[in-house]
Each structure stands twice: as C-alpha cells, then as structure tokens.
Write a protein that binds this ligand. Structure first.
Ligand SMILES: [Zn+2]
Length: 571
C-alpha cells in the first residue's frame, strides 16, 4: 500500500545515472554444487559451527561457509572452512542459525526512513492520546513545517474517524497531514486543507473521496486518490534530509536481517537511491519499482542505461487496482459486511490497467499490481491472463502485491497464469483483529491464503509493506506460521488452516523475493558463487516452538560479505 497511489510521476525529473559498466554484472553466471568458487584470492570472512539453512534444496543444511569478497567461496564443514579461512575473521556461531539475507519484497523505504523521526501515532489508543502526541510533536517542530507520517489507527479506539477539529487548536503554526497506518486515508488539519485549497466546494475525484460532516464541510479525512490534492502541495524535503532518511532506513532494516528490499515508490525515490549508490553509501540492495503509468519512461531509461547492478536494480513497474480493506476502499465482489451498500472502489479503470500492462509487457518490463479485494484480484488476473496470451510466452514473472482476499475459485489461477503472490504476513495478524467484522467470517477464510496458494503451486514472495507494518521478517515468519493476531485473541491462529511451515516462510522471505526480481541464481540462497548476503539468528527457527519465533533476535547481518549489523553483547 502506498500513502497515495500516484497516477502520474512527479513532475520533478530525476535523472538516472546507472553506468553501463555496472549493468554487466547482472548477467554474471553463478555456479553451485562446487565446494569452492572459481575466483582466487584469500578468504575474507568465515562462519563456522553454525546451523546454516542454505535455501538450496539439493543441500539444505551445512555447518560453515567461507566468503571471498562479496561472494560465497565455500559452503561445507567447519573443519574445511577453518582451514580455508587463513587470516580472515572467523565467526564462531556457537550453533546459531544462519540464513540467506532476508528479502523484503514490499517496502516504502524512504517514507519508512522519514517516519523513524516523525510523530508516532500507531499506538495511540484513544482520541485524547492521538491529540496529545500531535500537540507534543508540533511543539518541537519549526513554525510552518509540515507534520506528516503518523500511522494512526482509528480501529484502536473503536473506529471513529479523527477530525481536524481535534487538532487545530494544538497545531496553530503547522500544516498537519498524517496518514492512517495503511496509507489509504489521511487527516489534514485546517491549515493543510487551506494550503491545498480544499473547501466544501471541492469535488471528490475518481478513486478517492473527501470525507464531509453532516453540513457538507470537509472533516479533514481524505481517502485514496483525493490525497493527491494535498500531497501535491507538501513541499519536498531537502536532499540532505532524504539522504538521512535513507541511511536510517538501511540501518533499521539491517538490524532485522534484511539485505535486499523491493521498493514500491516513485522516480523521486529512485533518484535518492541513485545518489546514494554513486556515493557508495548503499548497505541494502534495492530493486526499485516506479509507477505503472510511467512505463514508457522506464522503457526509455532501461534502453539507455540498462537495469542496474547488484546494488540497485530497475525494470519493475507497480500499479494499483483498488484501495485497502481498513479504509473500505478494497474492491469486493459482494458488499462489505458492515457497509451493505458499499463494494469499495477501483483507483484505476480496468481499461487503463490493461493498456499499461499490455504496453509495459510488450516492452519487456516487469509488472506488479496492488490488489486487495476479490473483485480487484479477479480483474487483475484477467488482465494478466489476457496480456500473456496476446503477447506470447516469455519469462515475465507477473506479480500481485497483497493478494489479500482471493475468491476461492481464483486461487489456482496464480499458478496457472504464473503470478507471484507478493504478500505481507504481518498484515494478517494485524487485520485479523477486525477483518471478520468488515468482510464476515466466511469470506475471511480466503484471506491471506498462504497455505491454499502454496498447495495450488503458486510462488510466494514475502515482505512487510513498511512503513505500513514493521520491516521485521522474524515477526513475519511468526505471523505466517502461527496466525496469532497481535491482540492475541486467536491463540490457535486466525483462519488457522492457512498457516504454513517455518521453512516455507523462510523460502518466501528469501528465494521468493529473489525469484520475483530475476535474481534467484545469486541471492536468496547460500551456495558457492552466490552473493554473501546472510543473517545470523540467535536460535534455529526450525527447532523452537513457533510461538517463540518472535522472541528470536538477529545477531549479525552481512551484505556482500561486509558486516552491516552486529548485535552488541548483552552486558
Ligand atoms: Zn505498500
């Protein structure tokens, strides 16, 4: 989910400067099965005495590995690796688990970084707390500065939407534009509405709405596409703050064992990554999607400069079919249980989506589309099916983001058409607190249908949707294997028949994401020649009760053989 589905790329022109030389690295072939890589030079890092989960089905477990530069040189026994290590640092893992670095297949990375330093409303439990947090933050903000982010959740206090009247008196000097945690609606104070020139006379726009009170006055809450009206007047942060947000984001996810992210963002975001790449500041690998309607620009950019390298890669487009469940903007086949006249909405017409997908696919680009409701999912599956048929066979790896409420008869179509389900298990234990009320228990059975999708032969790629949810794969694995909602009201699991195993969840967080970005030969696995991206976890997740997975801690994270996070020893 994205705070505002942007239909058109921002006007600001971000020039992409991925060099031709770096592009060639993409096609590097990797070997597997050998005990040592072909390249020479000394081993630079080694891990011994570990439970190495390789992700390689031909050799699922090992107890050590050696690294040379940014690649894995050897996977094998501790004795052999120690011998090969020479003067390199040898990490004795004392029986702890080593996994391929996690791939978070759905993040809003820059927004996440900014939120690390913004007002925090996610755990505001009452309207009074909500107001108090904004008041306290505004007191420290420079006059005139926009207060954004927040991630509020009106479900936490029973479902009443916030209103600008709650916060106007405590934010006299700042426009406020804070979003619900799903990013599909936001609250503006009066100053922000004024800056965007939104009045009672302003009309709703397609795929969005301006919430109004009984007298017709805007309450301050704005949904989906209508948010563009305010977004377009929020000044862009200075480059220095953008760079800092990216650094914070990388530091934060490194501590969670994440080594690659798939960014669902804008051309502006891509320019920030490119700046960091040029300055050699990337510590997290990034596959950066740009908005689907801008596919021609991406086609031209790829033609001119290629798809990037092992640190920053392009070629993916992301579109939107509908909104979100929590905002009642998911497109459903039948009305919401708690809003019997409402079936949600499409943020783009099926005709537009078809046109974009068809053109982008013909141009050889990769496509993913956000679809939450069963009607949105069916519509997008139809489009994928039609485009694949019209354009003929190729390795296209279509994907769908969220794939949240699938009609039962559509589940087999993911494997049949070859659509990767890019899902976020934490959403399941979050939404599971209230989704039955919105769609009823019967429809909830097809919600976050991990088990059914895998059984039907579909490929899963897991992610977090950070900033919408925490970028913590260990919590995601806990969610997928237990389905215990975060309020712990479903100790046996919410829709327990959709649980999957630890190894299935690990695969979705490693190989699944690598497959989705066409990089499964060299990441998402720990095999000779693959990128040396890995995490050490303080316990073997396959040997502890699943309820204890969320207590596990990341001990160390390495990207390209370089340690980017190391937990301090407890004192
Ligand atoms: Zn998202």
């Amino acid at each position: 989910m994205l705070p505002t589905p942007r239909l058109i790329a921002a006007a600001a022109i971000a020039v992409l400067t991925i060099t031709a030389a770096s592009c060639q690295m993409n096609d590097r072939n990797t070997t597997s099965g050998d005990t040592s890589a072909g390249s020479s030079g000394p081993v630079t890092l080694a891990v011994v005495n570990a439970r190495v989960w390789t992700g390689d089905s031909t050799r699922p477990w090992a107890d050590a590995m050696a690294i040379r530069g940014d690649r894995i040189a050897m996977v094998g026994s501790s004795a052999a690796v120690r011998k090969a290590a020479g003067n390199a640092r040898v990490i004795d893992a004392s029986g702890q688990m080593v996994v391929p670095g996690f791939i978070d297949s759905h993040v809003h990375f820059v927004a996440g970084g900014f939120r690390l330093s913004s007002v925090k409303l996610r755990d505001a439990r009452t309207p009074a707390q909500f107001i108090e947090r904004i008041k306290a933050f505004a007191a420290t903000a420079p006059a005139g500065a926009w207060i954004t982010g927040g991630d509020w959740d009106h479900e936490a206090w029973g479902g009443e939407l916030p209103r600008r009247g709650w916060i106007d008196s405590v934010t006299p000097n700042n426009p406020v534009w804070v979003n619900r945690l799903d990013g599909h609606m936001s609250l503006a104070n009066s100053a922000a509405l004024k800056a965007a020139n939104i009045t009672r006379a302003t009309k709703d726009i397609a795929g969005g709405s301006i919430v109004r009170d009984a007298s017709g006055e805007p309450t301050g809450v704005v949904k989906d596409n209508a948010a563009d009206i305010i977004d377009s007047v929020v000044p862009r942060a200075p480059a220095e703050l953008e760079d800092r947000a990216l650094d914070s984001a990388m530091t934060y996810v490194s501590a969670q064992g994440v080594t690659t992210v798939h960014q669902m963002g804008s051309w502006d975001d891509l320019a920030i990554f490119e700046r960091a790449h040029k300055a050699d500041r990337l510590r997290t690998r990034i596959y950066a999607a740009v908005p689907l309607p801008t596919w021609e620009r991406l086609r031209d950019t790829v033609a001119a400069r290629g798809r990037g390298d092992v640190w920053l890669r392009i070629g993916l487009l992301k579109g939107f079919v509908d909104g979100s469940l929590g905002s009642h903007t998911a497109a459903m086949l039948q009305p919401f249980t708690d809003a019997p006249k409402d079936t949600g909405l499409f943020v783009n017409t099926p005709e537009s989506l078809y046109r974009w997908v068809s053109g982008a696919d013909k141009a050889g680009l990769n496509i993913t589309v956000h679809a939450i409701g069963d009607r949105a999912i069916r519509t997008q599956l139809d489009i994928f099916e039609r485009v694949a048929k019209e354009n003929g066979p190729r390795d296209r790896r279509f994907r769908m983001e969220h794939a949240q409420h699938i009609a039962p008869q559509d589940i087999p179509r993911f494997a049949q058409i070859g659509v990767i389900a890019s899902m976020q298990p934490y959403h399941a234990i979050d939404d599971g607190r209230w989704a039955d009320r919105v769609i009823g228990t019967e429809r909830a059975k097809g919600t976050y249908a991990f088990r059914s999708l895998l059984d039907a032969g579909a490929m899963l790629a897991f992610g977090s949707d950070w900033f919408v949810a925490p970028p913590t794969p260990l919590e995601g694995i806990y969610a997928a294997t237990t389905r215990r909602t975060i309020d712990d009201r479903n100790p046996g699991g919410w829709v327990p028949e959709q649980k999957i195993t630890v190894e299935e969840a690990l695969r979705a967080y490693t190989r699944g994401g690598a497959f989705a970005s066409f990089e499964d030969k060299e990441r998402g696995v720990l095999t000779t020649g693959a990128l040396a991206d890995f995490a050490i976890i303080d316990r073997d997740l396959t040997r502890v009760p699943v309820d204890q997975i969320r207590d596990a801690r990341i001990v160390l994270t390495a990207v390209g053989g370089r340690v980017v996070y190391e937990r301090k020893a407890p004192e």
